[in-house]
Design a protein. Structure first.
Length: 387
């Protein structure tokens, strides 16, 4: 019994709505069939709404990192100077990919747990007017920081550089106004807030970005955005598309539309506030101190002398069926992370917090059972105006 029971509380893959699961069970179609092309075209139209754009959105069979590489490969030629905003592991990954494509990489590094300072980016761009592209992470999943994308976009817009945003763990969970803010490339992936299995990436591209992409002489093949654009104009993909994932995406986008994008942001904000209030009430320390910098999709919590995050995660997983994430790189063993994006209801958070309390007690951490749940309930009750 309960072999498959779980609370999947990692920042991707995330839980999948039953409606989405069923949509993916549909009989497979040929990727060049008229029936699939129709679904594909409609899905792209719906996907534009989550990016809040009327420009191009393309679908690629790939993990999130593939989408990051796609952005780099299509913008960067060897020797190009680029700026990467690094607030954690995923910003660091952008820098690694840009180096692999032989860019001259400048990084703006910020302490893990804090957001990027737009003034520093403005200064660097002033000193280096030849920067061709600026890469930034929307939600830095390794720390739970959200970066000020709107402000950064505003700064980069005044230059010749294109602004590329990794919104893999943010899109749909937090606002990204692609057209209004002036973002040039934004990428996301299926297994985060979209609530699908891994394997599909989405990439939005502005007219300013297309000018750079069309002139780029650099090497690329599978990830050549021009072939995705040209095929999308014919309602198809250059290679075999992720057919079943597109069925799922179409349904997931319907659910998002039904809830309303704004309402979805509010729900994610509530989930974050519930987790932060509970963690604080339990006497644990949040890795991101400042509410303003705290992501609505993932929360990192510090270990301490009395609390080994890895031991806690093992107990959570084995005894309470809650799968939490650990820290990455130098944060391994220092923090644990709770994902709260996509198909996540406030009730799921109450369940998670109550299991967390029991697990804390089990590993010998002094905890008052119910204190975290109560704090989270109060946040929710307040939001519902229960008085
Ligand atoms: C999950 C994630 C990625 C992509 O990771 P993959 O394992 O390649 O899917 C990229 N950036 C961020 C911010 C992420 O959270």
């Amino acid at each position: 019994m309960f072999k498959e029971y779980q609370q999947l509380r990692i920042p991707g893959p995330t839980p999948i709505a039953p409606e989405v699961q069923r949509a993916m069970e549909r009989t497979i179609l040929g990727h060049r069939s008229g029936e699939f092309s129709k679904i594909f075209a409609e899905t792209i139209k719906k996907a534009k709404r989550i990016f809040q754009t009327e420009q191009d959105v393309l679908i690629v069979a790939s993990s999130g990192t593939g989408a990051l590489e796609m952005a780099v490969a299509n913008v960067v030629e060897p020797g190009d100077k680029v700026l990467v905003v690094v607030t954690g592991v995923f910003g660091g990954r952008f820098a690694k990919i840009a180096k692999a494509y032989h860019a001259e990489v400048l990084t703006a590094d910020f302490e893990f747990g804090t957001a990027a300072d737009p003034n520093q980016i403005r200064e660097i761009l002033k000193q280096h007017p030849d920067i061709k592209a600026v890469f930034a992470t929307h939600c830095e999943t390794s720390t739970g920081v959200v970066n000020p994308i709107q402000e950064l976009a505003h700064i980069v817009k005044e230059t010749n550089a294109v602004f590329v945003v990794d919104s893999v763990s943010a899109l749909v969970g937090m606002d990204l106004k692609f057209d209004e803010w002036g973002v040039d490339i934004a990428v996301t992936a299926s297994h985060k807030a979209l609530g699908l299995p891994p394997g599909l990436a989405l990439i939005a591209v502005s007219q300013k970005a297309w000018r750079v992409i069309d002139e780029n002489q650099g090497t690329r093949f599978y990830f050549d955005l021009r072939s995705y654009r040209d095929n999308a104009a014919k309602d198809t993909t250059p290679f075999t598309g992720p057919v079943s994932l597109v069925f799922g995406l179409s349904k997931s986008l319907d659910l998002i539309e039904e809830e309303g994008l704004e309402q979805g942001f509010k729900r994610h904000f509530l989930l974050r506030n519930m987790v932060r209030a509970a963690v604080t009430a339990l006497g644990l320390e949040l890795f991101v101190k400042n509410d303003r910098d705290a992501s609505c999709t993932v929360t990192a919590i510090k270990g301490n002398d009395q609390l080994d995050p890895e031991k806690l995660r093992k107990v959570l997983r084995e005894d309470y069926k809650i799968v939490a994430a650990g820290g990455q790189q130098h944060l391994k063993g220092q923090i644990f992370r709770i994902g709260h994006m996509g198909y996540t209801h406030p009730m799921d958070i109450l369940t998670t917090i109550s299991g967390l309390e029991l697990a804390l007690k089990q590993v010998g951490y002094p905890v008052e059972l119910g204190a975290g749940v109560k704090a989270a309930q109060e946040v929710w009750a307040n939001e519902k105006n229960l008085g």
